[in-house]
Design a protein around this ligand. Sequence first.
Ligand SMILES: Nc1ncnc2c1ncn2[C@@H]1O[C@H](COP(=O)(O)OP(=O)(O)OP(=O)(O)O)[C@@H](O)[C@H]1O
Length: 139
Amino acid sequence: MPIDIPKFFRSVRYASKGLRVMVYSENNARIHFLATAVVIFLGFYLNITKRDWVNLVLCIVLVWITEAINTAIEKIVDMVSPEYRKIAGEIKDLAAGAVLVAALFALFVGVMTFKEYLPWKEWMTDLGIPLPAEEEEIF
Ligand SMILES: Nc1ncnc2c1ncn2[C@@H]1O[C@H](COP(=O)(O)OP(=O)(O)OP(=O)(O)O)[C@@H](O)[C@H]1O
């Protein structure tokens, strides 16, 4: 069976339309957009390593995928159950929970990554916050 190239490009266009609709209609997607822009800016500004780029891009992709699926689930629920139903609310909350897990994981990876590039010890000293005791490397 031959591959329909124009059909493939049409699908890419529809998929990018979906992402545009998501960014325009979902407040959380706009927050992800801002966070993505900040992470990419910081990545270039701090000249992070390739390995750190891979970790951060993985997190960005994970959050965007979960947000897109969450938005699709929200819209399906609104379509099939516009009236109040306990199960409809639970479905939406579960899908939102997936985004929260991905976003918290991304935040964790972001903090662990950028803390290596930022003079946080100097900042803590300037603010008069005592530094944690130096730990011996075990591994
Ligand atoms: N049809 C429904 N039946 C029961 N509970 C619902 C229903 N729709 C939404 N809810 C509850 O309200 C919460 C918020 O829903 P939703 O995300 O649709 O609201 P919203 O934030 O106002 O929507 P939007 O993102 O479109 O602005 C859901 O997580 C769920 O707990």
